[in-house]
Each structure stands twice: as structure tokens, then as C-alpha cells.
Design a protein around this ligand. Sequence first.
Ligand code: OSB
Ligand code: MG
Length: 378
Amino acid sequence: MQIESIVVREIHMRLKSPFETSFGTVQNRRILLVEAVADGVSGWGEVTASETPGYNAETTDTAWEIISNFIGPLLPGKFLASASEFPQLFGHIRGHEMAKSGIENALWDAEAKLAGLPLSGLLGGGKQEIDCGVSLGIRETPLSLVARVEQELRSGYRRIKLKIKPGKDYAFVKAVRSEFPKILLSVDANSAYRLDDAEHLAAFDDFDLLMMEQPLGWDDIYAHAKLQPLIKSPICLDECIHNTRHALAAIELNACRIINIKVGRVGGHTEARLLQRTCKERGVPVWCGGMLESGIGRAHNIAASTLPGFTLPGDVSASSRYWDEDIIEPEVEVSPNGTIRVPTAPGIGFEVRLDRVEKLTARSQTFSTKNQASVLTA
Ligand code: OSB
Ligand code: MG
């Protein structure tokens, strides 16, 4: 496909309610969308970076800089046989996986549309529906958390993940586990603990957790390898894993037994696909993580989740849990038994609501073969 233009837009969307993790609270999201036009077709991607560098090193603004200075200007006029060529073309940019993923995934959507295939099929995924879980932010009290869990279970969700941090952990998980003894339950600490906390973390062995996600340092595979033998909960790595090589190191060191794949965190669909295959070959289950995405990122997560290595319910849930109004049509919906039907239309399989995107746009920049790069601020 011949790339004609790249448009990056910053949109502002407000979450229905604040989402608290161990590294902070977010409600007003600043999301970058990428539109890649190739052979006359528009493909869409989302940059999943957060507003602050509390989860990983990237932010909305660092991604804007990388795209605007180092990727956008180079793409118009380029020919790619497949979106899977993107990573090697931009391998000279170190890190900045989420910025690159926004572009690469837009090219995947365009490629799938040009081929007349759903993105899931182009990637090689076979599932017709995917299993959904939810990630619940930190709450004031164990009681209010239990009420929230009950509501999500009533909606059909198949796995509940609780965000935890020191001081808001044991009593909260205990309350939920006592009320719901049988559910698939996990916790996510987003790097809030240290290896010195091993005894405290071992206390969660009482709760028969499906997994404990990223308890220790965001870049510290070694410390997780030290922790895993000391606790029964299987460790799941999120922040530590930026590519397949990191996953191989973590698996060989026994630093984890499960891996959360976020398509953005690993640089796009090409690497995510390789990573899930590598884990599958080694018997390590993976699942698809979320980054409070708009419908576009959510649609990409659905497509990735159809690959065979994704054997556990992911953090991919209904649009209406996040937004009063999403930017895709139809919105992402979850069935009463906690699944999402994989769309069969070409590409991401959801229409982008351009009218709504335009209304939400705070700034945009276009790179094209016809015009010089132009910046517009709404
Ligand atoms: O660690 O999985 C995480 C949200 C923002 C940053 C990091 C994480 C999360 C979530 C939310 O858990 C998942 C979602 O519902 O999109
Ligand atoms: Mg996580």
C-alpha cells in the first residue's frame, strides 16, 4: 500500500468516573488518534499513552513529539507491502512503543480494509467472540468495592481485577473474596511494592488469586524472579514487558507465570502477535490489557484478543463503562455472559464517528504528499 497521508489528532474525552491506580487518578483523558490514508482508504489507530508518565515513560505529549518530528514526516509517499513492515522501518527510534503503535495499527486497519478482511482475520485470529473481564479502580472502602464488583458480575463479566496499593489492599481483597468465593479474581499493583514487602504479598495467598499483576518495579524483571518463589499467586507482568525479548527473559527467569499484552506497550500488532505466539509455545497464558481506550483502541484490542495465545479474559470491556458517548459506531457491547462478538466488517469493524471526533479535537497535524505538514489548533 502507498501511504498518502498521516493525520494525528489530540482528542479530549472525560471518563464517566475517575479511575484510581497506585500511581494516580485520571478522569480527563487526552488521547491521540492516528488516521493513515493509504491507496485511498483511511485506517485508524490510537496512541494508548497516559497523560502522565506514571504507568510507563510515555505520555500523550511525548507521543505527539515523536510522531510529529520523527514518524509523520517520513511516511507520506512510502510503499509498504504490509503494516508488519513498519517496526523494522522505524526500529531506529528507541522505545516510544505507544507512539509507534498508534501509527502501525492505523496501517493495519487500512491494510485489512484494502484486503476486505476483518483485522482479526488479517492478524490470524480465529475467535468469533472474546472473554471479557473488568479492571476496577481503587475505592474509598471495601464495602463500596464489593458493591461495584456485584454490579460487574451482574453484567456478566468473567474476571474481576482489583487495583491495589499499600494501605488499600488486603482488607479490600478479603472483602471481595469473602462475598464471592468462586469468581476469577486478580489484583494489579502497578509497581507499588518492593521486594521487602514479600511477606505482605504472600498474605494474598489466602485469596486463591488468578494472578497478581506487576507488584514490583516497572522495569524490574529480576526482582519479580526473586518474589515469585515466595508467593503462591502467579505473577503476571505488565509494565516490565515491552517486547518478546523481555518476555523470554521473564519466562526463563521464572519472574512470572502469566503475561498481560497491551498492544500499545509492545509497539503494535506485529510485536503483540509475535509475543503471544512465543508465550503460547512456552505454555504461558496471555491476556489483553487495556489503557482506558476510546472505541478505536478498544477495537484494536478486540482484534488482538482473537489470536490463539490469548487464553484468559482480558481488560477489554464495554464502551459504556467508560464513556457517555464513544467515537465509534456501533459502540463496543458486552453480552450478558461476558463476551464481545468479534466484528466481521473489514478493518477494525467499527465506523469512526468523524463528526464526534472533530468536536473533541483539541489539535491536529497532517502530513501528506500534497501539502507540507500543517498544524491546526482547534
Ligand atoms: O495496569 O492495566 C493497567 C489503566 C491505565 C493504566 C494501566 C492499567 C489500567 C487498567 C485499566 O487496568 C484497564 C482498562 O479498563 O482499560
Ligand atoms: Mg496492569
